[in-house]
Design a protein around this ligand. Structure first.
Ligand code: PHE
Length: 346
């Protein structure tokens, strides 16, 4: 009988050279350059059918068991370390290939703001929707009839002249104010009416610190029974509060408009000097922020309403003027500038 073990005989523990196996596995591991290779080697050296695992399964004495387990632990650790290392290398390679440096700081995102004029528009819309008004939008190209005649402008009123107003032809013009909306609204709706109309208006003005030939107005109209000047003053006070805050003072002066009687102009105390007087308020401490008055009986008649039955008030304010007064912008021109350095301040 030969002492050589045949294949049916279990491999004895002694047949495993634990130290040799460990060296061989570690050398192979060091040579693995991809994660796929690493997986293959892990199966070969630590897999269920690896020499080591088989030996461990058949181990009989404690000492050999401890040796083999130590090898297993050492190899498992080495595989885990190599795996982390290969993963890192692979990531780095990919990042270099893509030309993408994750350590670079991100690009700063510029957060925009609404244009100051738009901010005013929205404040006004919110305030009046809250008071139960409807918001209206009308044409910018108007007729002489709606821009002047029905608003009871005298035939000789200077604004009717092409020197003041931009005419497209004899009867057509770019509206000089949002007041024609009063007529449209009253022709289209039976009172009671509570509306605010917002939009662009045009005047033949030279550009200077406070004038621009295009600007925006909001026009208010309330027509109901028993409306008084007190209602108008309360409403304008409310406008001043939402636009300029609680700290500003408000006053009213008498004035003239063809389509209101009596007519008034509201002033707000200057936000730059606090009312003491400065260049912006022309040393008066006050700035006008619109025109207003009780709807003239002639207007009611022009739209077929009985002035004995209906009462109302109307007001008109500039959005740019509102923005200037809210944000203390001394000039109107920056509001029409495309320079973002200007607009980013508000
Ligand atoms: N339309 C007038 C203006 O542009 C303002 C105004 C509106 C006055 C409504 C009275 C009533 O100056």
């Amino acid at each position: 009988m030969s002492s050589k073990p045949d294949r049916t005989e279990p491999i004895t523990v002694a047949a495993v050279d634990a130290a040799g196996l460990q060296d061989e596995a570690l050398a192979a591991l060091a040579g693995a350059s991809t994660l796929a290779e690493l997986t293959e080697l892990r199966t070969r050296y630590l897999g269920r059918r690896s020499e080591l695992k088989q030996a461990l399964r058949e181990v009989r004495d404690r000492e050999t068991g401890m040796t083999l387990n130590a090898v297993r632990e050492r190899l498992e650790q080495a595989f885990a370390e190599r795996e982390t290392q290969l993963e890192r290398e692979q990531l780095e390679e990919r990042l270099t290939a893509d030309g993408f440096d994750v350590t670079l700081p991100g690009e700063e995102l510029r957060i925009g703001t609404l244009h100051p004029t738009t901010q005013i528009r929205r404040i006004v819309e919110d305030a009046f929707l809250g008071l139960g008004y409807e918001i209206r939008d009308d044409r910018e190209v108007e007729t002489v009839e709606y821009n002047f005649d029905k608003l009871a402008f005298a035939p000789t009123h200077p604004t009717r002249s092409p020197r003041d107003t931009l005419f497209l032809d004899e009867n057509t013009l770019l509206r000089t104010e949002t007041s024609p909306s009063q007529i449209h609204q009253l022709e289209e709706h039976e009172p009671p009416v509570y509306m605010v109309s917002i939009g662009r208006v045009y005047r033949r003005d030279d550009i200077d610190a406070t004038h621009y030939p295009i600007f925006h107005q909001f026009e208010g109209l309330a027509v109901d029974r028993g409306i008084t000047l007190a209602d108008l003053k309360g409403t304008l006070l409310r406008v001043a509060r939402v636009l300029f805050g609680d700290d500003r003072r408000v006053r009213f002066r008498t004035h003239f408009f063809p389509f209101t009687e009596p007519s008034i102009e509201p002033d707000v105390s200057c936000g730059i000097c606090g009312g003491a007087g400065c260049r912006t308020c022309k040393f008066t401490g006050w700035t006008e922020f619109g025109g207003a008055g009780m709807v003239d009986p002639a207007v009611f008649e022009n739209v077929g309403l009985d002035p004995e039955k209906w009462t109302g008030f109307a007001f008109g304010c500039g959005l740019e003027r509102g923005a200037q007064l809210r944000f203390n912008i001394a000039e109107v021109r920056p509001l029409w500038s495309p320079d973002l350095r200007v607009l980013r301040q508000f």
